[in-house]
Design a protein around this ligand. Structure first.
Ligand code: H2B
Length: 97
């Protein structure tokens, strides 16, 4: 697996609303109605991350979840990060993708 080029990342981000590039990662801050909604999101994403063997850096504060996706193995952004981001979008908006 290799890191995506800047151009490839920019192209992928067009399909990922709210996601932004931050150095060697892509980041998004999700806002939910309450803590339980935030936990529900994190639990669903956790099962997918485990299946993908690709894990988010993330931080929860009450109803907010800050997510940072990067690939340590390559030091950049890979298709795994994009796949995980797309799944997170699917969790919050199943019909969108
Ligand atoms: C061996 C195992 O698959 C690797 O260590 C995986 C685990 N999960 C990972 N998660 C993330 N975010 N980046 C990685 O490089 C990574 N590597």
């Amino acid at each position: 697996m290799s890191s995506l080029s800047d151009k490839q990342v920019d192209l992928q981000l067009e399909d990922l609303p709210g996601w932004q590039r931050d150095g060697n990662a892509i980041v998004k801050t999700y806002h939910f109605s309450d803590f339980i909604e935030a936990m529900s999101f994190m639990n669903q994403a956790a099962f997918y991350a485990e299946a993908l063997e690709h894990h988010p850096e993330w931080r929860n504060t009450y109803n907010v979840v800050e997510v940072r996706l990067t690939t340590d193995d390559t030091g950049g952004i890979t298709s795994h990060d994009i796949r995980l981001a797309k799944r997170m979008e699917y969790i919050i908006q199943p019909k969108r993708l």
